[in-house]
Design a binder for this molecule. Sequence first.
Ligand SMILES: NC(=O)C1=CN([C@@H]2O[C@H](COP(=O)(O)OP(=O)(O)OC[C@H]3O[C@@H](n4cnc5c(N)ncnc54)[C@H](O)[C@@H]3O)[C@@H](O)[C@H]2O)C=CC1
Ligand SMILES: O=C(O)C1=N[C@H](C(=O)O)C[C@H](O)C1
Length: 253
Amino acid sequence: MTEQQNAVARVGVLGARGRMGMEVCKAVDSASDLELVAAVDQGDDLDAVAQAGAGVVVDFTTPDAVMDNLRWCVENGVHAVVGTTGFTEQRLAQVREWLSGRPGVGVVIAPNFGIGAVLMMQFAARAARHFESVEIIEQHHPRKLDAPSGTATHTARLIAAARADAGLGPAPDATRDEVAGARGADIDGVRVHAVRATGLVAHQEVLFGTTGETLTIRHDSYDRVSFMPGVLLAVREVGRRPGLTVGLDALLD
Ligand SMILES: NC(=O)C1=CN([C@@H]2O[C@H](COP(=O)(O)OP(=O)(O)OC[C@H]3O[C@@H](n4cnc5c(N)ncnc54)[C@H](O)[C@@H]3O)[C@@H](O)[C@H]2O)C=CC1
Ligand SMILES: O=C(O)C1=N[C@H](C(=O)O)C[C@H](O)C1
C-alpha cells in the first residue's frame, strides 16, 4: 500500500446535530480509515472545518444553507459529499462553475445514499420506456421540510428522460375537474404524490401501468443507518473524482 492509501481521511460534518448529521458522525467515528475532526451545525463558524484540517466535508443541512456551504468548500479546496436536497439544474450549473476554477476539488451530490434506493431509481429508469402510465408515491417522516423528496424529483427526471428517448408522449389522464393537488405535483410530466406520516422514515413506490398489467418498484429505508454505506463510499471516493458527480451510480460501478 502507498502512503496515500494508508492515510486517514479527516472529515468534517455540516448539520452535525441533525438526524442525518448525527448518524454520519457515528459512522465516520466507527470507520478506522476516517477521522471526525469537525462537527458543525447552524451558528457555528465554518472556519472550524478549515482549522481542523478537514479534507472532506459531508453536508446534511437544509436547501437554504447548502449552497453557501458548498461555495465555501470549493473556495477552500475541501472535497464535499452532499446529501442535502434542493438541487435544481441551475444549482448544479452553479456548482460546476465554482469547480471550474478549482480543478482538483471533488463534489459528490446524491439525492439518496441508500444502495437500494439507487437501484430502485435505476430499475425505474429501465422500466420507463415499456409503460404508458407512471406515477411516483413518496412517503416520509413529517419533519421533512421539502416536498416532493429529492429522490422522487430525481426519479421523475430519469423517467421523463427515458420516456422522451422512447418517444412516449404524456401519460393518459382524463381528469377535468381537480381539487388542487389531488393529482400530485408535475415533475417533467411525471405525477409525484408526497405522503407525510409519523412512523415513516423514507419510502418510495414507482407505479407503472400498461394494458392489462402494472409494475410496482418499491424501496423502504426503515432506519437512517441505511444511508451510511453510501455516504462512507462517497467520502472515500470523492478525492479521486475531481469535478461534480451527481448520484451514487458512478461510484457503485
Ligand atoms: N441524500 C440522502 O440520502 C438523504 C438526504 N437527506 C436530506 O438531508 C437534509 C437533512 O435531513 P435531516 O438530517 O433529516 O434534517 P435535520 O433538520 O434533522 O438536520 C439538518 C441540520 O442542519 C443544521 N443546519 C441548518 N443550517 C445549517 C448551516 N448553515 N450550517 C450547518 N448546519 C446547519 C440544522 O440545525 C440541523 O441540525 C435534508 O435535505 C434531507 O432531505 C436526508 C436523508 C438521506
Ligand atoms: O428528508 C429525508 O428524510 C430524506 N431525504 C432525501 C430525499 O428528499 O429524497 C432522501 C431520503 O428520501 C430521506
